[in-house]
Design a protein around this ligand. Structure first.
Ligand SMILES: O=P(O)(O)OC[C@H]1O[C@](O)(CO)[C@@H](O)[C@@H]1O
Length: 241
């Protein structure tokens, strides 16, 4: 696992965006695995800026997102579908038919998980997966204890994640208690993984990740089993290393 230590969130976003832009330029039909949450917002701002200035084309690029809350409509500002349109997809020339997120409103959620996993396979897998990291080491919505063999599945969010994510909602009660997420094995099958982290609240997770102990109680530690992972983390997030 390679560590790129950067000064701050801005530099983290620039370095991660450069990696994505380089892939899109060299492989115009690539499949990008994308993430939501607070951390990637700067990355998407960089991609928007690059698109405006340099016209990097996403015409034949495919995008699959890591996860989606259960029960929110696409129009709900807290849904990850809404987030992706607002932060990225509405601003670049990616075809909407090439953008994919799990359907958190599907009638049969388990069937939806199977459909999503098949979809990723049918796209030939993920060329580059962007990841954030949760306070408890979750990746996607794979909470501590999730099997490293897991594929796309339905999860019950932990209290810790609901509390952490309630900062994006008006109250704890409003946060959906379930989500659909790519599984850990789904993520591990990506050809390349870029994990981004900024801020002091990620310092403990980054410390634990680099401790090197591979354990299902800390989902991100699965990344130690992958041959092509880059962690881009700022000074605050790496303060405990
Ligand atoms: O970037 P944030 O908002 O700290 O979120 C970290 C992680 O938590 C999630 O938003 C899920 O809770 C992930 O998608 C993300 O990678």
């Amino acid at each position: 696992m390679k560590l790129v230590q950067v000064e701050n969130d801005t530099e983290m976003s620039q370095v991660a965006a450069e990696k994505i832009i380089s892939l899109v330029t060299h492989n115009p039909t690539a499949t990008l695995g994308l993430a939501t949450g607070g951390t990637p917002k700067g990355v998407y701002a960089e991609l928007r800026r690059d698109y405006e200035n340099n016209h990097t084309s996403y015409h034949s690029i495919k995008a699959v997102n890591l996860d989606e809350y259960v029960g929110l409509t696409a129009e709900d500002p807290n849904s990850y579908k809404y987030y992706m349109s607002k932060e990225l997809f509405n601003h670049i020339n990616i075809k909407s038919t090439n953008t994919h997120l799990p359907h958190g409103n599907a009638e049969d959620l388990n069937e939806e998980c199977v459909r999503y996993e098949k979809l990723i396979k049918s796209l030939g897998g993920i060329d580059l997966q962007l990841l954030g990291i949760g306070h408890n080491g979750h990746i996607g919505f794979n909470e501590p204890g999730t099997s490293f063999e897991s594929r796309t599945h339905l999860v019950h969010l932990t209290e810790q994640t609901i509390t952490a994510n309630s900062r994006y909602f008006s109250s704890y009660e409003e946060v959906p208690k379930q989500a659909i997420t790519m599984g850990i094995q789904t993520i591990l099958c990506s050809k390349e993984i870029v994990l981004i982290a900024s801020g002091k609240e990620k310092a403990e997770s980054i410390k634990r990740l680099f401790k090197g102990e591979i354990n299902e109680s800390f989902p991100a530690s699965t990344l130690l089993l992958h041959a092509n992972v880059t962690v881009i983390a700022d000074k605050e997030a790496t303060a405990l290393l």
